[in-house]
Design a protein around this ligand. Sequence first.
Ligand SMILES: [Zn+2]
Ligand SMILES: [Zn+2]
Length: 340
Amino acid sequence: MPRIAQLTAPGHIEIIDHAPLTASPGSAIIQVKHAGICGTDLALFHGDYPVPLPHVCGHEFTGIVKEVGSGIDANWVGKTVTAEINNTCIAYGRSPLCAACRNGLSAHCLERTVTGIVQHGGAFAEEVKVAGGTLHAIPDNIDPVTATLAEPLAAALQTFVLSPAQEGDTVVVLGPGRLGILIVFIAALKGLNVIAVSRSSAKQNRALKYGAQKACAPESAETLIKENTEGLGAKFVIDTTGHADGISQALQCVQPRGTICCKTTCGLPATGLDMTKLVVDEVRLQGSRCGPFEPALQILKTHHEKLRPLITATRPLEETQPALESASVEDKVVIDMQCV
Ligand SMILES: [Zn+2]
Ligand SMILES: [Zn+2]
């Protein structure tokens, strides 16, 4: 029987046996091999991002397709894959489509479930069931542990899909952690002028290694950014702090008519935001979430050796609880289903 790591109460994981999953029409069963822990998993684990319990977290994963339901190409079986997290009308091959799917907003499908997050069991388990249309084959040269970065890389790419920065623009990344470091890397690939802001000198140094031109602590951010932008502030400030007050920090760094790109999903409301400054400076707020997988996989194909060291630990499924407890200090932890 496949095992699952079930969140039964905030901060409490139980490993239990589960009946094998069976593929319903439009779906696929994946034998999970590796699943990364991200900030959203931590918010779910700590109860800041409330969901009905019990719940299985995990949405950044790789595995092998075990079975597909009717309507899904049987050639997927046996392939090593990753999957997008939104199980939508389109991904299930349903008809008619909901209004969101009909209007090109399938990431916001009105009928969707979100693997490991919203009304859908996730990949901290030996098996996961997803909509067949979410599958993406992993190119041969990428090792499956590194391939768990496809989902967060896609989310990092989406930042610039919705806030198209031009070469040479100054982009500040606040909190270059698990997701933020991928944004630093992609911003540098795009030729943007990146300033990384972190309390941790280790994270500052890592950001410099992954393409930031400058890095500093939050206390010196405003001065450094002004020095680099003729006193104006940054055109784009990306909040990946994972904290509800990140947006207020971002507002101190952004130029008039600049954009704050919001990537924090800590589950908590932002309080104390200076709305007047936001209005007076005509600042744009742009949330963004899931992104395009194929470009993310292409980036992994070229840069997987550079990105591999971002994964700092692998732990067996049995250790999901301590892995979640320590993930905030261990950077990127991946649950390895085969590791005992
Ligand atoms: Zn994630
Ligand atoms: Zn839909």
